[in-house]
Design a protein around this ligand. Structure first.
Ligand SMILES: Nc1nc2c(c(=O)[nH]1)N[C@H]1C(S)=C(S)[C@@H](COP(=O)(O)O)O[C@H]1N2
Ligand SMILES: [Mo]
Length: 199
């Protein structure tokens, strides 16, 4: 293995270099939802971080928009094998929601309006690797793609990017989410082809 990480050389890398094993590139933006699209109004929307001691920290839509915003362009990779290059998003880096949270937890369960869950190590959400996004390609994120706001964790398979996300629960023990509990890989690194348990 070479010492640089995927994405490090940015635009200098060829598209082939940016395609994880077993993936094909597409211009489409397929919609993959395990259930119906929940209707979530921004007026009643809230994002809540729950620490392992039960303490909660919540943001209304306007409070979330008042946080420093970031634009990011990322390649995304779905476990069903499509990859989409250079997707453009705007949102809040996840670490902004954890700044004042007193925690020693190592794991997170992201949970969504509609009931979807997905689990991640906390470190995969920090350090500029994950965002709560509300804008896609310059427009408000559509409901089918997770609007009004979704998680974006582009370095992992896209099932980790919870649509209609409503909060993060910090836990000491790792608790499999919706797909992870039916056989998807617990971590889901596309560069290591972590599709299923045992990969
Ligand atoms: N709440 C919720 N989030 C979800 C899903 C879902 O069914 N419900 N599907 C996941 C899967 S498997 C993928 S590939 C992506 C698809 O996002 P898209 O529909 O915007 O392409 O969302 C992920 N986030
Ligand atoms: Mo997926």
């Amino acid at each position: 293995m070479s010492s640089f990480s995927p994405g490090f050389r940015g635009r200098a890398r060829s598209l082939a270099d940016r395609l994880p094993p077993g993936q094909y590139p597409t211009e489409q933006f397929p919609v993959l939802s395990a259930g119906p699209t929940p209707k979530v109004a921004t007026e009643s929307w809230a994002f809540t971080v729950t620490a392992e001691n039960g303490e909660t920290h919540s943001w209304t839509w306007d409070q979330m928009l008042a946080l420093p915003q970031e634009d990011t362009t990322k390649d995304i990779h779905c476990v069903t094998r499509w990859s989409k290059f250079d997707t453009r998003w705007r949102g809040v880096p996840v670490e902004a929601f954890l700044e004042n949270v007193d925690t020693t937890a190592a794991y997170v369960v992201a949970h969504s309006y509609g009931g979807y869950t997905t689990n991640l190590p906390l470190t995969d959400l920090l350090g500029g690797k994950a965002w709560l996004v509300h804008t896609y390609d310059g427009f408000p994120l559509s409901p089918e793609h997770g609007g009004p706001a979704r998680l974006l964790v582009p370095h992992l398979y896209f099932w980790k990017s919870a649509k209609w996300v409503r909060g993060l629960r910090l836990t000491h023990d790792d608790r499999p989410g919706f797909w992870e509990s039916v056989g998807y890989h617990n971590h889901g690194d596309p560069w290591r082809e972590q599709r299923n348990w045992g990969d």
